[in-house]
Design a protein around this ligand. Structure first.
Ligand code: FMN
Length: 407
């Protein structure tokens, strides 16, 4: 396997995650001390300068987001760590929390100091009960050592729905309500948990923070792709030799991910397609393999980096069948709050089933494109907006697979 660059996973395998002294001896909590000696605005400016963009999918500049909460006066503010990780094929946040939980707590405490929050929540995927245990142990050790100061952290267990990873549905869920997205604006940075300014950041985003504070924004900004700097943890699955995870600079190409880290296609078969960014990620054909994985380069080819899940398909895969399963997933996970998503995901699945049964036709493909365009524009949250991407990108790049079902 090619060589990784480990910033987020810098302590992976080197420390005992359940022993805070190991973390401290490896330099842990120095960044929090340094941050607390900085002016809040300067700290936010440093994070902004680093160019760190959210690793949960939306790729928004972390420092800019912190700035919204910092600039909104309130008697209480919150930091929420999004550890819902419901994206199929993604297990990077679990890897971080299992192996270096203190780095996430430190990132949250730095954010708390920066925006003026004294309370943080980690919303952890319900299917990770053992991670909740690890986090709770890590929090009580940090409290015992007094390293967090006046910053308090609580873990909340996820409700088991994919949509609960969407930041406003997640906030509803923490508040004890049904996990359904809110209308935006207002964005959580201004009005989030219980109507208070709330920074919601992904686990991987927060785990980057201590290193950025320690080494400076310029250092981080010089790594990887210029507009999406730093590293990314990729979780690789499907028809590759090494189905594994690794941390690489963001200017690494898809081809390097598949061939140098993934060891190429299994059983000597040929490459057919790769889906990047999770279930709602676009399907990419061979012609785009030399594209870097950073969020901007991905969107330039009609794809997304999303959570960093990379799912590889060999020449024997039936694309229409794969996309039908994805459409079924979205039909199941749509929360039903908005009509375009509730109805759109149903219609999409029905059409995919028709193709799979050999009864689809050219008109369906046109209808798909219209439906996808409408959903992308009018659905309330990212679930419905992005759900058509696998269908649309496969019609674009693998139209022959659809035609083969009815011609
Ligand atoms: C349907 C849906 C599911 C999502 N699931 C997650 C998730 O599991 N984890 C996550 O960090 N972000 C998830 N997001 C993105 C969040 O809404 C939000 O952008 C993110 O938590 C912000 O953190 P970041 O700026 O650090 O990326 C999801 C978004 C949507 C639309």
């Amino acid at each position: 396997m090619a060589e990784e660059m480990r910033i987020i996973l810098r302590n992976y395998g080197k420390i005992d995650p359940l022993n805070i002294d190991d973390y401290i001896n490896a330099g842990g909590y120095e960044a929090l001390k340094k941050a607390r000696n900085m002016n809040q605005a300067d700290l936010i400016a440093e994070v902004e300068k680093s160019g760190l963009r959210g690793r949960g999918g939306a790729a928004f500049n972390a420092g800019t987001k912190w700035g919204f909460s910092y600039n909104t006066p309130a008697d209480q503010k919150y930091v929420v760590c999004n550890a819902d990780e419901g994206e199929p094929g993604t297990y990077k946040d679990r890897t971080i929390m299992e192996n270096d939980p203190q780095s996430v707590l430190e990132g949250m405490a730095i954010c708390g100091y920066a925006i003026g929050a004294t309370k943080g929540y980690i919303y952890c995927r319900g299917e990770y009960p053992y991670v909740v245990e690890i986090l709770n142990q890590a929090i009580s050790q940090a409290k015992e050592k007094g390293v967090l100061g006046d910053f308090d952290i609580e873990v909340r267990m996820g409700a088991g729905a994919y949509v609960c990873g969407e930041e406003t549905a997640l906030i509803e869920s923490i508040e004890g309500n049904r996990g359904e997205p809110r209308f935006k604006p207002p964005f959580p940075g201004v009005s989030g948990l219980w109507g208070k300014p709330t920074v919601v950041n992904n686990v991987e985003t927060l785990a980057n923070i201590p290193a950025i504070v320690e080494k400076g924004g310029d250092w981080y900004n010089s790594i990887g792709a210029s507009r999406y700097p730093g590293t990314k943890i990729v979780t690789l699955s499907g028809d590759v030799n090494n189905r594994t995870f690794f941390e690489v600079p963001t200017n690494t190409t898809i081809r390097e991910v598949i061939y140098e880290f993934g060891g190429g296609i299994r059983d000597g078969k040929n490459f057919k397609a790769v889906q990047i960014g999770g279930t709602s990620g676009g399907f990419i054909p061979e012609a785009y393999l030399d594209t870097p994985i950073d969020a901007d380069s991905m969107s330039a080819i009609g794809a997304t980096l999303g959570s960093g899940a990379v799912f590889v398909m060999d020449e024997t895969r039936d694309i229409v069948d794969v996309v039908t399963r994805i459409a079924k997933f979205f039909r199941h996970e749509s929360c039903g709050k908005c009509t375009p998503c509730r109805e759109g995901t149903n219609r999409m699945y029905e059409m995919m089933e028709r193709f799979n049964a050999g009864t689809g036709n050219e008109l369906d493909l046109d209808l798909f494109e219209r439906l996808g365009r409408v959903m992308g524009k009018v659905c309330l949250c990212g679930l419905g907006q992005a759900a058509p991407a696998p269908v649309l990108t496969t019609i674009k790049h693998f139209r022959g697979d659809y035609e083969a079902k009815y011609l």
